[in-house]
Ligand binder design. Structure first.
Ligand SMILES: Nc1ncnc2c1ncn2[C@@H]1O[C@H](COP(=O)(O)OP(=O)(O)OP(=O)(O)O)[C@@H](O)[C@H]1O
Length: 274
């Protein structure tokens, strides 16, 4: 469990990126921070591995204040995946994945074996192990980024818009892979996105943020859609438009579901096992 208590971050230029933030992030679940650009999502994420230090307040992991741990050690024990994969261009795929285990003292042969295993875990052909990042597609690079984040077998995986830079089809694929992977590995994932559909798809807990990392609502996707806490949330999730404002329409042959714009989204079918 990760807990933020009264956490604020004011940057040296006076920008108050996070203001009195409180949140419990449960273990082995995916928590998604979602909000518009500049609302403080990345700052929150980076405070968990001390890439950014809070100005005040505390963050604990399983009850221990992270401020009391050496920052480098903490950072290596937490997986981190970023938007443009952040791969080292002059390292091969296998060496990129093995970076942290090698830094932690694992011998190169064992680290490479582990890197190849991880490539399979994230759906990459191990024949690519000795390629350089520039010889991979954007989606493949992101998979390498995820493998690298998992290399030290961390309990916590931080993901900062990891699928933001790939096309929608690859993005769908990567999202499905992450869901499959998470059902197998059960990490504590903290995921940042500005895309509410991605948040609802991946999040067990979704945290909708406004400027200054003010929490507009926190809950399961279902709780948020069923009961938006404010007009801001309703508008942010598109509660009154498109595919989130569905209604039923009778046709000559049965009932279909249409969205707010009147486009048919699907048919209403009898549940085989009510
Ligand atoms: N090093 C810094 N110095 C000064 N201000 C900063 C710094 N880093 C971030 N900020 C500011 O803090 C606020 C929050 O930034 P942050 O990157 O956390 O937002 P975000 O929600 O992740 O945005 P995006 O979706 O665009 O990445 C913004 O106003 C940003 O300009």
């Amino acid at each position: 469990m990760i807990e933020f208590s009264a956490v604020s971050k004011v940057f040296p230029d006076g920008t108050r990126a996070v203001d009195d933030f409180h949140l419990v992030i449960p273990s082995r679940k995916t928590t998604v921070f979602v909000g518009s650009s500049g609302c403080g999502k990345t700052t929150l994420l980076r405070m968990i591995n001390r890439m950014v230090e809070p100005s005040s307040g505390s963050i604990t992991i399983d009850g221990d204040d992270i401020g009391g741990k050496p920052a480098v050690q903490l950072r290596r024990s937490i997986g981190y995946v970023m938007q443009n994969s952040g791969l080292l261009p002059h390292f091969t795929v296998a060496d990129n994945i093995a970076t942290v285990p090698v830094l932690q003292g694992q011998n190169r042969k064992a680290a490479r074996t582990r890197a190849l295993e991880l490539m399979k875990t994230v759906g990459l052909d191990t024949a690519m192990a000795d390629r350089y990042p520039s010889q991979l597609s954007g989606g493949q690079q992101q998979r390498v980024g995820v493998a690298r984040g998992l290399a030290a077998d961390p309990n916590i995986l931080l993901m900062d818009e990891p699928f933001g830079a790939v096309d929608p089809i690859v993005r769908d694929e990567l999202q499905q892979e992450l869901l499959r992977l998470q059902s197998e590995i059960g990490k504590t994932i903290v995921f940042v996105t500005h895309d509410i559909d991605e948040a609802f798809l991946l999040g067990d807990q979704v945290v909708i943020l406004e400027k200054g990392a003010k929490i507009a609502q926190v809950g399961t996707p279902s709780q948020i859609v069923e009961n938006p806490a404010s007009d801001f949330v309703a508008s942010f999730i598109g509660a009154v438009k498109g595919k989130r404002a569905l209604h039923l329409k009778q046709t000559a042959t049965g009932t279909v579901v249409v969205d707010a714009e009147g486009r048919t989204q699907g048919a209403l079918v009898e549940d085989a096992h009510p």
